[in-house]
Ligand binder design. Structure first.
Ligand SMILES: NC(=O)C1=CN([C@@H]2O[C@H](COP(=O)(O)OP(=O)(O)OC[C@H]3O[C@@H](n4cnc5c(N)ncnc54)[C@H](OP(=O)(O)O)[C@@H]3O)[C@@H](O)[C@H]2O)C=CC1
Ligand SMILES: O=C(CO)COP(=O)(O)O
Length: 354
């Protein structure tokens, strides 16, 4: 396949949440879009108002509730839903897909197959994980579907800023040049740049891992700490992301670009970030369940913190921020206690990953 042979007619998007809608509108600058909405009531409402997730839809976005139509009419499909539902969605999609399809996901989460004891019981406490228990979304797509042309998009892309057509950029990543070219062709517009990177696992992990650090940044702001503290968190957080990423098979390079440091800065600085918001509200005294009960608060970092904590032991990594974020989220450690622990953590060299 050559990127010029790819059908220009209709590009598919799965998921009409904040980011799915923003991407549908960006794609609509260049092509007609078929936007899959799973609930008929939501689809009817979006059709009636032409508003999805608070964003006005471009006129050339068509709504469908029929997954089969999406795979029939669209060769290129962007799945953009929370990672918790990804495996189920891909299982439903798999029989409808073939080698002609190209999937480019925008999901900043992981799939985890939590280990069970031989009697089928879940082990007590948080089990240690190894890499075979954890899949990035591109790995999940490859495992669950016949598709072999896979890509991902990641970067500093707060959905509501994209919706206002503010200047922004994204990283389009795939091992396949054809896929990155397609992503560029469909997404690029006057106010939206598309950079490329061939380390797809690295780019995916940037988007996944920065969420844990963004929760930490929200915690600092929630306690009233300022920019010195946040800069410390961002720089040490980046080092930690790189070590975890390398252990999971990524190269350093994407972490130093838009998908890594770029997205880390955006989400650690913005109240628009849901992960940041979780940290902020935790520091202000709300419980995690109170926070997660808020409608529309998709905070992938909460689940990622648990998963990565399970991998750290396996890789014997020093990842004190991730460890502390896990304890704050799930073990009742207060944000101030976590900060005290981190400030006493034995000093190490500043940059030890290059
Ligand atoms: N928002 C942002 O700024 C950004 C988000 N992302 C990532 O994008 C992903 C999605 O986030 P976001 O759009 O914000 O999430 P939202 O919480 O705003 O919306 C999720 C949407 O996905 C839909 N959905 C869930 N499961 C399915 C399914 N099986 N089939 C079809 N639709 C489904 C939901 O539909 P329903 O209403 O039926 O539940 C809902 O419309 C996450 O991984 C996030 O990290 C990445 C960059 C920026
Ligand atoms: O990833 C994002 C922006 O790039 C969105 O962050 P949140 O999921 O924390 O809202």
């Amino acid at each position: 396949m050559n990127s010029k042979n790819i059908s220009n007619k209709l590009v598919g998007v799965i998921g009409a949440g904040g980011f799915g809608t923003a991407i549908a509108n960006l794609l609509a600058y260049n092509t007609d879009v078929l936007l899959y909405v799973r609930k008929q009531t939501s689809a009817d409402e979006i059709e009636k108002t032409r508003i999805s997730a608070g964003q006005v839809l471009a006129p050339n976005i068509i709504i469908t509730t029929v997954l089969k139509d999406l795979t029939k009419y669209c060769q290129v499909i962007f799945p953009i839903i929370p990672s918790q539902g990804a495996k189920e969605l891909l299982k439903e999609l798999a029989p409808l897909l073939d080698l002609q399809h190209i999937l480019i996901h925008g999901i900043k989460g992981l799939d985890v197959n939590w280990p069970h004891k031989s009697d089928g019981e879940k082990p007590m406490g948080l089990p240690e994980l190894n890499r075979s228990h954890v899949k990035t979304m591109s790995e999940l797509i490859t495992a669950e579907t016949p598709v072999n042309q896979v890509g991902c998009i990641a970067g500093p892309n707060l959905a509501s800023e994209l919706a206002q057509n503010q200047p922004a950029a994204i990283v389009m990543s795939s091992a396949s040049k054809m896929v990155t070219e397609i992503g560029q062709r469909f997404l690029r517009s006057d106010n939206f740049q598309v950079y490329t990177n061939t380390d797809m696992i690295g780019v995916e992990l940037c988007g996944v891992l920065k969420n844990i650090i963004a929760i930490g940044a929200g915690c600092l702001s929630g306690l009233g700490y300022g920019e010195n503290a946040k800069a410390l968190l961002i720089s040490r957080g980046l080092v930690e992301m790189i070590h975890i990423g390398k252990a999971m098979g990524a190269s350093v390079q994407p972490f130093l670009g838009l998908a890594g440091i770029g997205d880390l800065v955006a989400t650690c600085a913005s109240k628009l970030s849901r992960n940041y918001t979780v940290g902020y509200r935790l520091a202000q005294g709300e419980t995690l369940s109170q926070i997660l009960n808020t409608a529309g608060l998709t905070a992938e970092g909460v689940y990622t913190a648990k998963t990565i904590r399970g991998l750290i032991a396996h890789y014997k990594l020093r990842a004190p921020i991730t460890e502390m974020m896990y304890r704050v989220l799930f073990e009742g450690v207060s944000v101030q206690e976590a900060i005290n622990y981190l400030m006493k953590y034995p000093l190490n060299v500043d940059v030890d990953f290059i």
